[in-house]
Design a protein around this ligand. Sequence first.
Ligand SMILES: NC(=O)c1ccc[n+]([C@@H]2O[C@H](COP(=O)([O-])OP(=O)(O)OC[C@H]3O[C@@H](n4cnc5c(N)ncnc54)[C@H](OP(=O)(O)O)[C@@H]3O)[C@@H](O)[C@H]2O)c1
Length: 285
Amino acid sequence: MIGGNGQLGSDLVEHWRASGDAVVAFTHDDIQIDDMDSVRSVLTEAKPDLILNTAAFHNVPKCEEDPGRAFAVNGAGALNVARVSADLGATNVYFSTDYVFDGAIRRPYVETDAPNPLNVYASTKLLGEYYTLNYAPESFVLRVSGIYGKVPCRAKGGNFITTMLRAAKERPEVKVVTDEVLTPTPTWAIANAARQIVETGKSGRYHVTCEGECSWYEFARVIFSTLKIRTPLRPASVHDFPSPVRRPFYSVLENSMMKNQQIPDMPHWEEALVNFLQSMYGTSA
Ligand SMILES: NC(=O)c1ccc[n+]([C@@H]2O[C@H](COP(=O)([O-])OP(=O)(O)OC[C@H]3O[C@@H](n4cnc5c(N)ncnc54)[C@H](OP(=O)(O)O)[C@@H]3O)[C@@H](O)[C@H]2O)c1
């Protein structure tokens, strides 16, 4: 497991361990995926059957400022892991993003839709996908979206839920955009699905998100109402928050490969979110 102390990585570790597998959770201190010598020596010693690679440079604005690092980690790093996994005969799983799409098609994207990344982060993740599948053809690429879990995202210092909780405490009102649409998905559900996907033995690209879709505003509305937050929540537009980074207005994914493989449906985003909030925070924050 690469990125073993990350938001998604820690739930993958927990899930695989709960199923009785021996898991080594490598952190960034243990392995640097952008350094081939590090990847080869660490993985050769570990002799894994399966490599789960969640490592990424994925602070989207910082990727825009430092494309060299984004390429080195998300692109070349994925290539290093793919090459070594192929040499070791290990199954490789690379976690990618809904942002590989431009959002021009206003219907959920299937795995065979053409990607068209709009920013540096998404471009380098797509490159990581190509390297993974071309240099280790038995690999799996799992595209996820809007993830949240018990452990905060290390690259972003939290997740959308913790950002909303902080904003509600610090500001007189909170404005959230209605014109970017996605599907929030908890890490436990991704871990559960990832295992079932790997067990099919059918390599390739998979979309792994909850059912349904919402704007960031609707995502926030469920957080505010479930946790009885009294700070006013106001709808806004992306045009209210000018940014040099282009992002898709619509990045909903259809899990068609999972459905083809008869893997049970993911939970609906709202039900999964309410359950997560109640288990993490009770009914008020
Ligand atoms: N968060 C989201 O909403 C979202 C949405 C779509 C896709 N994704 C994808 O999902 C994956 C997991 O995201 P996450 O939220 O779990 O991220 P995270 O909490 O930031 O975890 C990433 C892990 O990778 C490690 N790492 C970073 N650079 C590395 C390198 N060069 N070599 C080795 N390890 C390195 C980090 O360690 P340090 O922190 O110590 O550097 C951390 O342990 C990523 O591939 C991301 O692109 C995330």
